[in-house]
Write a protein that binds this ligand. Structure first.
Ligand code: SF4
Length: 461
């Protein structure tokens, strides 16, 4: 969501005559897009602001904008920071170009704020319409990876997981009209986009009533599949509590829909899941994974977990570790519980698990998953996989070019595996076939193979 918002704002500013510079010290304006999901993300913003305060001693004309969820959450408190001129919530980003131009034109005009006053109110529908228009006007892949684009299909969340700040800062679920989504995808495909990722906080909740029928995510997948030029369609992120099998059938039956699900479990303990207000049990979650594998075949699944949630005992953690052992994930993301102001968990539950215990559980869960994945990934050795090439490998230790024309590249399979291989940089944005020679828990390594690319099902089989 934040990557998409950043790219929309960057594109809108480019069209308004701004250009991107590499260093904050050269900038007339600095925009920080923020996340409120964990305290650490917010601490980093304050650290950036400290740095900007220092820069402004020699460059007082620099305008500093803070946008995103932290802007919505803290509002005027953030505006009081010495280094901040403009605060803009995620529902108000279409206003940034004008606010910024005004602030640059008149540095004496003071500070400005645009946050949604009634974030949970139905009035946010007009805000959603403005955001839709902004999105349609400024979508492109220029700030992302060549030939890939995000397309938001819905905004907000109604779930109120007890630890999460998102419903308070992004507002209620509002699904975009399917016609507008398809028009956007058609435009992107016409501009060379080959992979679209349909985005939603809980994308499987997509629901749009129109006349005598209601459109769901499976309908969007079918409609998007019919668009010429698009080759791969992804969806993120799904909530396991309301997952309709029609999505799995669409994945199985539609060639272009990638067999990959990001399906956060958060815990394997039913007690903790209940305290998290997640509305499913560990058994129901595993049952969903079983159905996904039965219907789609060799689907890749990624999971999220929070360790150290209030009251999490060693037995609760062991239940999580057991779920990870049984789930056979492609990869998992593990987060140490971080109390977020305003949430139910903060109001009702003490942050009872010591930091060292959270840290140990975090490490143990990742180690266990890495062992499982390292073992599982060896099945790829000797096989050819199709990847969409993202560009030069960014990690310096991986980036030693064998020679100038054949640098190390990175690509992803339809099942979201990261593949590192050498090849001409011109492959960026195209599909390539790679023969896998070596694997680790998170990465497949190989070399470009001759011959036509496979379709998604032959990769996964
Ligand atoms: S589903 Fe839960 S964790 Fe996800 S955004 Fe909504 S409230 Fe947050």
């Amino acid at each position: 969501m934040n990557k998409l918002d950043s790219s929309l704002v960057a594109r809108a500013l480019r069209e308004a005559g701004f250009a991107v510079v590499e260093q904050a010290t050269d900038a007339d304006a600095v925009i920080i897009n923020t996340c409120s999901v964990r305290a650490h993300a917010e601490e980093r913003v304050f650290s950036h602001l400290g740095h900007l305060k220092h820069i402004r001693k020699t460059r007082p004309q620099t305008v500093v904008v803070v946008m995103g969820c932290m802007a919505q959450r803290l509002g005027r408190r953030l505006l009081e920071h010495e280094a901040v001129d403009i605060v803009v919530g995620p529902g108000q980003i279409p206003r940034i170009p004008q606010m910024l131009a005004d602030a640059i034109a008149d540095r004496s005009a003071g500070k400005h704020i645009a946050v949604s006053a009634e974030i949970r109110a139905a009035g946010s529908e007009s805000e959603a319409r403005r955001l839709d228009e902004f999105e349609a006007a400024f979508d492109s892949d220029e700030n992302h990876i060549k030939s890939q684009a995000f397309v938001r299909v819905m905004r907000g969340c109604n779930n109120f997981c007890s630890y999460c700040v998102v419903p308070y800062v992004r507002g209620p679920e509002i699904s975009r009209p399917p016609g507008a989504i398809m028009e956007q995808i058609r435009k992107l495909a016409g501009g060379g986009i080959r992979q679209v990722t349909l985005l939603g906080q809980t994308v499987n909740s997509y629901e749009y009533p129109a006349g005598d029928r209601t459109y769901y995510l499976a309908d969007l997948l079918e409609m998007a599949s019919a668009i010429e030029g698009v080759r791969w369609i992804r969806v993120i992120t799904s909530h396991p509590g309301k997952f309709d099998d029609s999505i799995l059938h669409a994945m199985a039956g539609l060639e272009k829909v990638c067999p990959y699900l990001h399906l956060p479990a958060q815990s394997g303990s039913d007690e903790i899941l209940k305290a998290m207000n997640r509305h499913y049990t560990a058994a129901e979650y595993l049952d969903l994974l079983g159905r996904a594998r039965e219907i789609v075949g060799d689907i890749a699944i990624a999971g999220d977990f929070i360790v150290g949630f209030p009251g999490e005992t060693e037995a609760d953690f062991e239940a999580t570790a057991e779920l990870v052992r049984r789930a056979c994930y492609k990869n998992i993301f593990v987060f140490k519980y971080s109390p977020r102001p305003g949430t139910h968990a903060v109001k009702k539950l003490a942050d009872s698990v010591p930091y060292e215990v959270k840290q140990r559980r975090n490490g143990e869960l990742l180690d266990q998953q890495n062992e499982i994945a390292a073992d599982y990934n060896m099945r790829f050795v000797g096989r050819d996989v199709e990847v969409l090439v993202e560009g030069l490998s960014k990690k310096p230790h991986l980036n030693r070019a064998e020679h100038e024309d054949n640098p190390q590249l990175i690509g992803r399979t339809a099942t979201d595996y990261i593949v590192v291989f050498n090849g001409p940089e011109s492959l960026t944005g195209t599909f390539a076939k790679v023969r896998i020679g070596k694997t680790t828990a998170l990465t497949l390594f190989g070399e470009v193979a001759e011959g036509p690319c496979y379709n998604k099902n032959s990769i996964a089989s």
